[in-house]
Design a protein around this ligand. Structure first.
Ligand code: NAG
Ligand code: NAG
Ligand code: NAG
Ligand code: NAG
Length: 298
C-alpha cells in the first residue's frame, strides 16, 4: 500500500486551458508527461452541474449486442455532483459489505469499487475520497476521478471528470479518484483492446464473470453498471460484452472496476443485484470490500 502526500500539480497551465470548456466535450490531454517510465494519457470532460435530473436506478435484462448472450444488469444514473468514492472509517484496513458501507456513508445507491487485497488488508491503486488522498499513484491502471465545483466561462457551476492513466501531478486537485483495470469506453467507442493493463485476448478480459463498471454518458451523467454472474461457473459478461452494453447505454467513457464475487449493487439499503461472494452458485451473499462507488440521493 502506498501512502503519502500529493506532489504539486505540474501542468497547471495545460489543465487551465482545458477547464475553459464547459460543454460535454472530451479533451485528450494525452502523452504529456513521462515519469518513472510511465506516460500520462487521460481525458478531461467538464460537465455542467445539472439539477434538472436526479438519481435513477433500474434493472435491465437483455442480450449483448455483440454476442447475443443474455444478461441481468443493475444500472444507476446520476448527475456528477451526487457521485462519490467512499471507504469506511478505518480506511483500507477494514473490509465491509457494500450494504454496510452504503449505510455508513448514507449512499442511496452503491456498488463495489476498487480492487483490494484481503491479507494483509489493502486497497489497490489510487484512491481519493472527498478530497482526502488515501493512496497514490498507480500510473499504469486506468482511473476515474472528479473535481467538484468548477466555474465555467458563463459563470455556471460544473464538475470536471477525469478518466485515464494519471500520475501524481495529474491527480493533485481531484476530490474523488478510483483505479480500475481496463479502459472500456473512450470517446464513445470500445477501448478495451487499447487498454494498457492487458492484451485483448488476456483471460482477465475474456473471462465470463460478474462485472462492475463506472462511466460517463453523452449527457454528462455518471453511470454505474453491475452485470450479474458467477465466476466459478463462468456465468456473466466478458469485458468486450461490458463495453458493448455500455455503448448501448450512451456511455462515452467507462472503466472496469473490481468484479467477480465483489460485484454488488445496493439500493435504498437493500441488495439490488445477485452477488455471489464465494464465486459459487450458492449462497447469494455480499463480499466484504474496501471502496465503494456511492450515489447520494441529493
Ligand atoms: C438472470 O436472472 C434470472 C433470475 O432472476 C436467472 O434465472 C438467470 O439465470 C439470470 N441470467 C443471467 C445471465 O445472469
Ligand atoms: C450542484 O447543484 C446542486 C443542486 O442545485 C447543489 O446542491 C450542489 O452543491 C451543486 N454542486 C456544485 C459543485 O456546484
Ligand atoms: C478486440 O479484440 C478482440 C480479440 O482480438 C476482437 O475479437 C474484437 O473484435 C476487438 N474489438 C474491437 C472493438 O476492436
Ligand atoms: C465480513 O466481515 C465481517 C467482520 O467485519 C465478518 O463477520 C463477515 O463474516 C464477513 N463476511 C464475509 C462474507 O466474509
Amino acid at each position: 500500500m502506498l501512502l503519502g502526500r500529493l506532489l504539486p500539480r505540474r501542468q497547471a497551465a495545460l489543465l487551465a486551458a482545458i477547464l475553459g470548456i464547459c460543454l460535454i466535450k472530451a479533451v485528450t490531454a494525452g502523452d504529456i508527461l513521462v515519469q518513472d517510465g510511465f506516460t500520462s494519457d487521460f481525458d478531461v470532460i467538464n460537465v455542467h452541474n445539472d439539477s434538472s435530473f436526479g438519481l435513477t436506478v433500474h434493472h435491465r435484462h437483455g442480450v449483448f449486442a455483440n454476442t447475443g448472450r443474455s444478461y441481468n444488469a443493475s444500472i444507476a444514473v446520476a448527475p456528477a455532483h451526487l457521485f462519490h468514492i467512499g471507504i469506511g472509517p478505518n480506511g483500507c484496513e477494514h473490509h465491509r459489505t457494500v450494504s454496510e458501507q452504503a449505510k455508513l456513508l448514507t449512499c442511496e445507491y452503491a456498488t463495489n469499487a476498487g480492487f483490494f487485497d484481503f491479507t494483509p488488508p489493502a486497497c489497490e491503486g489510487n484512491l481519493i475520497t472527498d478530497g482526502v488522498s488515501i493512496q497514490h499513484p498507480c500510473p499504469n491502471q486506468v482511473n476515474f476521478g472528479r473535481k467538484l465545483g468548477m466555474t465555467c466561462p458563463d459563470s455556471t457551476q460544473g464538475d470536471r471528470i477525469v478518466i485515464g492513466y494519471m500520475q501524481e501531478a495529474d491527480i493533485a486537485d481531484l476530490t474523488e479518484l478510483i483505479t480500475g483495470r481496463g479502459w472500456l469506453i473512450r470517446h464513445g467507442q470500445a477501448y478495451t483492446n487499447q487498454s494498457r493493463e492487458f492484451t485483448p485476448t488476456d483471460s482477465f478480459v475474456s473471462e465470463k464473470a460478474p462485472r462492475t463498471a463506472l462511466g460517463l454518458t453523452k449527457d454528462g451523467a455518471i453511470l454505474s453498471l453491475v452485470v450479474d454472474g458467477i465466476e466459478e461457473e463462468l456465468v456473466g459478461p466478458d469485458l468486450h460484452e461490458m463495453a458493448s452494453l455500455l455503448l448501448e447505454l450512451d456511455v462515452v467513457q467507462a472503466i472496469n472496476l473490481d468484479g467477480g464475487g465483489s460485484s454488488t449493487a445496493v439500493y435504498q439499503g437493500h441488495v439490488f443485484n445477485m452477488p455471489h461472494c464465494l464465486d459459487t452458485t450458492e449462497p447469494i451473499c455480499e463480499r466484504n470490500v474496501t471502496s465503494v462507488v456511492c450515489f447520494w440521493k441529493s
